[in-house]
Write a protein that binds this ligand. Structure first.
Ligand code: PMP
Length: 350
């Protein structure tokens, strides 16, 4: 017997690489290629550093009030966390407590099975169809909860709100979490349904569309009862998840809506150009409503292309996983970065 026999052993999630080269094109973690709103920089300079002496607001009201106003819900409907990873982890701990299997797609955010394992939550993956679409019928069996991203990751595929609603409606005894990390890039949000369904939790992040992956802010919107349960668990783990700079900077990011919309329009424009060029070079992909394209090539293997791009310091994401090991997930960069990528691919494939 050793102390190691008593350790909780887990296989952790592997985050995307954060390589550091002067001249690189980083299209591997779906970050925003543009800076956060100018108000964030201004606040960063003006922030009263002596206030760091004090604990931050435990209820994070500065941020939940701002988000509530922006999304036209009440502050009691908003929960914030350290990136949406923290929000989702708390939500698993809070809502997936029945002992029954939770359901999510077989091809999806690869953190879901990791949280299930660490909390001892049983799960059953549901196969996407051959076009990477969800099949509503798969989510109409007994379960302990449901989670899926919409648009999905790493496929970029968006399911219509009618399918999302069908799943929520069919599961009044479970909490259904819709992970909308990428919805701002052209997807239809389930937010209008939160007042209609008590069991719906919509999860969002600042890491993609708001260009603040480094700040670590995510949030969830749902029925006040759901949010109360989430807060009870959060306050049983760590009262002060949100540090004071995150609260102040997070508020600034939401206040400048014109800058936000402008950033989204730029990313979407570049994404559409990338789609045309990738098609021309022999790639195919499910249509993407996110800030990445999930592409496979007719001749060259994804792994070979991945390694070739890497040798040129162009980083994309490659998952050696069942069904998707011949695909590359390529984040949308600036026009300049997209051009460098396409030129490099042209050299290899052209
Ligand atoms: N959900 C999905 C579908 C994602 O792709 C990501 C990004 N890795 C996250 C949640 C978590 O993002 P963050 O913790 O940066 O908010």
């Amino acid at each position: 017997m050793s102390w190691e026999d008593n350790v909780r052993k887990v296989v952790p999630y592997t985050p995307g690489e954060q390589p550091k080269f002067d001249k690189m094109v980083k299209l591997n973690t779906n970050e925003c290629p543009y800076p956060p709103a100018p108000g964030v920089q201004k606040m960063l300079k003006e922030m009263p550093y002596q206030d760091l002496r004090l604990y931050p607001q435990a209820d994070a009201r500065i941020l939940t009030d701002t988000l509530a106003e922006y999304y036209k819900v009440s502050p009691e409907q908003v929960f914030v966390g350290v990136g949406s990873d923290d929000v989702i982890a708390m939500a698993f701990l809070t809502f997936f407590h029945s002992g029954k299997k939770i359901l999510f797609p077989d091809v999806t955010y690869s953190f879901y099975p990791v949280w299930a394992d660490v909390y001892g939550i049983p799960y059953e993956t549901q196969p996407l169809d051959e076009n990477f679409r969800m099949v509503a019928a798969d989510y109409k069996k007994e379960n302990g909860g449901i989670i899926f991203p919409n648009p999905n990751a790493p496929t970029g595929v968006e399911e219509p709100l009618s399918l999302v609603e069908e799943i929520i409606q069919a599961n009044p005894d479970s909490v259904v979490m819709v992970d909308e990390a990428y919805v701002d890039f052209g997807g239809e949000s389930a937010l209008p349904l939160v007042d209609k369904y008590e069991n719906l939790l919509v999860i969002r992040t600042y890491s993609k569309s708001r260009a603040l992956a480094g700040l670590r802010v995510g949030f969830a919107i749902g029925n006040p009862k759901l949010i109360k349960y989430l807060n009870d668990v959060k306050f049983s783990v760590n009262s002060y998840t949100m540090n004071m700079p995150s609260l102040l900077l997070g508020r600034e990011a939401v206040l400048d809506d014109a800058y936000f919309k402008d950033t989204l329009a730029k990313v979407i424009k570049t994404r559409e150009w990338m789609k045309t060029e990738l098609k021309r070079l022999g790639f195919s992909f499910p249509d993407s409503k996110s800030n990445f394209v999930f592409a496979t090539h007719k001749d060259k293997s994804a792994e070979e292309i991945f390694l070739y791009l890497r040798s040129k310091q162009i980083f994309v994401r490659y998952f050696k996983l069942p069904r998707i090991d011949n695909y590359l997930r390529i984040s949308v960069g600036t026009d300049e970065e997209a051009k460098i990528l396409i030129d490099a691919l042209e050299e290899l494939l052209g």
